[in-house]
Design a protein around this ligand. Structure first.
Ligand SMILES: [Zn+2]
Length: 329
């Protein structure tokens, strides 16, 4: 996902970066291979992506992972290093670099001689907040456009009258468990509450996903919760089944809506290669561990169902996500 504006870098850098977000390329598979060789000492979790190919271009052979640094050869573009141990995110752009080393503690990124580094170091919470604020504006704008652009499906399936888009009243970041009109929401969760039209995002949950999978995941979760807001304001209720008994379908429709947004973001060049795989992994982590009967209260769907619903939204558009049962057995 595109990078958030650096908090301390100033306008000049932010503008320059906005034009360059397209080159934030994920190298998930390569990183996984590198991570497999990661030493077990220390507790740092570091994820890296950049427009790098881990290849044999290095005169010393393939890139290696050591306890001190990770070298990616053939790099040109963005690199992010998420270091959970010290709650820092370091990322930057290198021009003309052949190699970029990422320190395990996430506070030092160095490029080879002659490269022109441009980098930012942010507290993880600040980074996350900025990322989500950007994502929030983008998801909001997406739905505002879509509801106007596709009145046919909206009028066919929305029971709200008038069926118009309104933004959630608030997006709240929770540092701790917080009482809401929908009950107490924990910091390791995310929830949309129709009672106060608020998207609640638990900080611990978001930091965990950020460090596990990359910077698209907070946006994936946000767009799923936004999907519940859409269900609420348009009063969508597939087949008129009581919501409490239709949890799986409601959740899978929210995944479908998140897929709609992802497809649009991809068309606008905001996604990086690797983001789709990141998303699938995240949906897998958020799966129901068992296949519950579809009418089970609180069920979300199996990993296959959730990933399929997200892809379905990408492929079939708004009309595809509306008026259907995702599971009925
Ligand atoms: Zn949900």
């Amino acid at each position: 996902m595109r990078q958030p504006k650096p908090v301390a870098a100033g306008r000049r850098h932010a503008r320059r970066r906005a034009r360059r977000w397209r080159i934030a390329i994920g190298v998930g598979a390569a990183i996984a291979a590198l991570a497999a060789g990661r030493p077990t000492s220390g507790s740092a979790q570091t994820g890296v992506s950049g427009a790098c190919t881990v290849s044999d271009a290095s005169p010393d052979g393939p890139a290696v992972w050591s306890s001190a640094s990770q070298s990616l050869w053939g790099c040109e573009g963005w690199v992010y290093a998420f270091a959970v141990r010290n709650q820092r995110v370091t990322y930057g752009r290198w021009s003309g670099a052949r190699a970029i080393s990422v320190s395990m503690n996430g506070v030092a990124l160095t490029a080879d001689e002659g490269a022109q580094p441009l980098q930012w170091k942010l507290d993880m919470v600040d980074y996350l907040r900025t990322l989500v604020e950007d994502g929030q504006q983008d998801v909001d704008g997406f739905w505002r456009r879509l509801v106007v652009a596709e009145p046919g499906p909206v009028e066919q399936f929305a029971r709200a009258s008038p069926a118009v888009y309104t933004s959630p009243r608030r997006v709240a970041f929770l540092a701790d468990s917080t009482p809401t009109p929908c009950g107490v929401i924990a910091a390791d969760n995310a929830h949309y509450c129709s009672g106060d039209s608020t998207v609640y995002l638990g900080r611990a949950f978001f930091l965990g996903e950020l460090s596990l999978g990359g910077n698209f995941l907070p946006i994936l979760i946000l767009s799923h919760e936004w999907g519940h807001h859409i269900q609420n304001i348009l009063d969508l209720n597939p087949l008129g089944i009581p919501r409490s008994l239709n949890s799986t379908n409601i959740e899978l429709q929210a995944d479908c809506f998140a897929g709609l947004y992802a497809a649009d973001a991809a068309r606008r060049g905001l996604l990086d290669p690797g983001d789709v795989e990141e998303a699938a992994n995240s949906l897998y982590r958020a799966r129901d561990r068992h296949k519950y009967p579809w009418f089970t209260v609180g069920a979300h769907g199996t990993a296959d169902e959730r990933i399929a619903a997200w892809h379905y939204g990408q492929q079939h558009g708004l009309a595809g996500c509306l008026g259907r049962m995702f599971v009925d057995q």
